[in-house]
Design a protein around this ligand. Sequence first.
Ligand code: NDP
Ligand code: 8X3
Length: 251
Amino acid sequence: MKTAFITGASSGIGEACARKFAENGYRLILNARNADKLQAVVDSLRKEFNTDILTLLFDVRDRETARQAIASLPAEWRDIDVLVNNAGLALGLEKEFEGDFADWDTMIDTNVKALLSITRFVVPMMVERNRGHIINIGSVAGDAAYPNGAVYCATKAAVKTLGDGLRMDLVNTPIRVTTIKPGLVETNFSVVRFHGDQQRADNVYKGIKPLTGKDVAECVWFAASAPEHVQIAEVLVLATHQASGAIIYRQ
Ligand code: NDP
Ligand code: 8X3
């Protein structure tokens, strides 16, 4: 049985990926910080699928805890076939010269430094086994900056670059690296971005049919299930009425 390790699996895209991999017979290592939300995902998956699930509750920014959690995986859980580096967030929508330092630190620490740490801890085990697949959740925001979003956009540009570099560093192995770059996806993302302001979050999806977590999970699965000689390097997936990070047609 194959194993998928998904960070940020308590909500949105991560949760949808967990469901997609469970549906396809994978067993799951699921990470997040919120124990109740992650347990609710686990309970619902267990009801629906006959799959083994191991939860790792930690903040991906806490490098030492991440290192220990991954190093202490029981022997039967160490053979990770697919790593989905999904945990991430945007905070705030402000001009670059007016942004909040704490928000910047949280985005950079989570989206870039933590993704790197998890990669650093998991990929050597893949190299040792000579198999594996790293799927990073980037964003259309990484393709070009949009107004008031430069720091988040820069973190997602970094996700793309780190994926490209990792693919080069693994080119002499069968290990594959994929960057999935979604546009607007209706999840908890905007509620988090606006620090809990549900009304403001709802406005982000007004007048457009956004992607769902499931739509993105289908792309992740497309990459994960491709024949072994096929490496889906990048997927840019947008709602039909979105053309770029900044160009959205609302009815
Ligand atoms: P959600 O807010 O619904 O989910 C984010 C997940 O990340 C949650 O499970 C959250 O769990 C987890 N998470 C956040 N910070 C940490 C942390 N420090 N340690 C561990 N887990 C963490 O948003 P999405 O599902 O939309 O976001 C998932 C990814 O997709 C992000 O990387 C985001 O940037 C990216 N993305 C989202 C798009 C969108 O429009 N929604 C578009 C393009 C990319 P918990 O709070 O329990 O820790
Ligand atoms: C999230 C998509 O356009 O809100 O990465 O930045 S967007």
